[in-house]
Design a binder for this molecule. Structure first.
Ligand code: GUN
Ligand code: FE
Length: 470
């Protein structure tokens, strides 16, 4: 069984199907009404394959193949801080927890240890593609790229540009140094993966307050020159908004800051986008920039509730991000369920007697519509995310020509009843108990709300097996 999202809100269930993948990791055939013998007699000859050369993986009862998850926003160096945020909000969280941890990854042995674990952990949760922020250090950023390549995770790796606002122990010396360092990482990635098949550089101005006008001007020019993707943060926290307003008094708003420097392109990933105005969201849509929705982080740091339906209605492409360690969970399945939950918060009626100006939130008619369904959040986690990272042609579904970035999911079947009346221990196979009578739509809902890495049995990227659960 193959399950994938074919459009926002619609999963397709391909029963009795074979998906054939060639040696380069590309899908070359998707054929229905399948049994193994028929494949050997009709399908393999058509592809010019010999039976004895073919590796077959069969999804057992209760298992299904699902496109790999795409984490459109994650900070690898913050992984050791997962769960450590107390009652902080963005700006004090950066100073108290984040900058000290990132600064410490100037040590290559420490970076190796942290990055190896971060990649293995996210792979084990089914993340086949990640858009990583590294740190300001070139050698450890390059090491992150090396490790993604050797462990087999598709990745965008960004050396973080910040020549402003950071503490003096963790800051780019100057705008020009920031650019030289950025180019050094781009060149390194070109030297290990010449055509960026698996690993791509990504321009990474941390966020507007951390970048000087010179740095953003030069990054805009570098984007013009290279057409490389860009990732940054936008409109996450109200104190951050004030900071941006003070620092860029000539700009109309936060979005305009990036736009002025040519940083708002089709391949720009904007994380959070919580407090955007109508006008800003329209500009994001017009420029074709994309949004990474990070619900776990937004709840943890009390940043706010992003209006995903509103963005989607405007035609803005949206994917999901863990934002480790603003978000505590490395799992995109977790991000999917939290995206559903925080959309429910937008739909909740105000508390009786609440007289705050925003208490009405939404007209009653719109309340149901802002909620995101299981099918919708799974779309954001896969095909939506693929669009956000600019790989909509390559990954996100089971179509001929796409690459095999896939997870094999297994749900726990509770054994059939028998006549005995003795108390039996039932083997624990994870957090999703399937009794057998559920429809597949219901099994998927149980997976989204209760599943975890125990359900991820195998993970492939470009046809290579990169994780297996024993
Ligand atoms: N804004 C600037 N830097 C960061 C970061 O590391 N995490 C989050 N969530 N927001 C940021
Ligand atoms: Fe972030």
């Amino acid at each position: 069984l193959f399950i994938h999202s074919i459009k926002l809100g619609e999963l397709q269930y391909l029963h009795d199907t074979a998906v054939c993948v060639d040696k380069s990791g590309k899908i070359v055939a998707v054929e229905q009404l399948f049994d193994q013998k028929k494949a050997e007699e009709t399908l393999y000859p058509k592809l010019g394959w010999k039976t004895e050369d073919v590796d077959v993986t069969i999804a057992e009862d209760g298992q299904f193949f699902f496109p790999g998850f795409i984490d459109t926003h994650i900070h690898a160096p913050q992984y050791p801080n997962s769960g450590i945020f107390g009652k902080s909000t963005l700006l004090d969280w950066l100073n108290a927890y984040t900058f000290p941890m990132e600064a410490s990854l100037s040590s290559l042995p420490k970076a190796r240890r942290v990055y190896t674990r971060c990649i293995q952990r996210t792979l084990s949760h089914g993340t086949t593609t990640a858009a990583y922020y590294a740190t300001i250090h070139v050698p450890s950023t390059n090491l992150l790229a090396d490790l993604c390549l050797s462990l087999g995770q598709r990745a965008f790796v960004g050396r973080v540009c910040m020549d402003n606002l950071g503490p003096d122990y963790y800051l780019d010396e100057s705008a020009s140094h920031s650019l030289v360092a950025t180019r050094a990482t781009i060149n390194h990635i070109r030297s290990i993966d010449a055509s960026f098949d698996l690993i791509s550089p990504i321009l990474t101005p941390r966020f507007a307050p951390a970048c000087s006008v010179e740095a953003m001007t030069q990054l805009g020019a570098l984007h013009q020159e290279t057409n490389l993707p860009i990732q940054t943060h936008i409109s996450e926290n109200v104190d951050e908004l004030k900071l941006v307003k003070d620092m860029f008094p000539d700009s109309k708003n936060y979005t305009d800051v990036y736009d002025r420097f040519g940083l708002l392109g089709k391949r720009t990933i904007l994380a959070h986008a919580i407090h955007l105005s109508e006008e800003e969201a329209d500009l994001v849509a017009q420029r074709g920039s994309k949004v990474s929705h990070c619900p776990c982080s937004n709840s943890s740091l009390t940043s706010g509730v992003a209006r995903v339906r509103w963005l989607l209605d405007k035609g803005v492409g949206v994917g999901l991000g863990t934002d480790v360690s603003g978000g505590y969970s490395p799992s995109i399945l977790d991000a999917a369920r939290q995206a559903a939950l925080v959309s429910n918060h937008l739909a909740m009626p105000p508390r009786a007697g609440d007289k705050r100006p925003d208490a009405e939130r939404l007209p009653e008619d719109d309340r149901g519509r802002v909620r995101l369904s299981v099918e919708e959040v799974l779309h954001l986690a896969t095909r939506g995310g693929a669009e956000v990272v600019g790989l909509g042609e390559k990954i996100g579904g089971f179509e001929v020509g796409k690459e095999w970035d896939v997870q094999l999911i297994g749900l726990g079947f509770v054994p059939d009843e028998d006549d005995s009346t003795e108390v039996k221990q039932i083997e624990d196979t994870g957090n999703v108990d399937i009794f057998g009578w559920e429809r597949w739509e219901e099994r998927i809902a149980k997976w989204v709300f209760n599943g975890d890495d125990r359900n991820v049995k195998k993970v492939w990227v470009r046809g290579r097996l990169v994780h297996e659960r024993r």
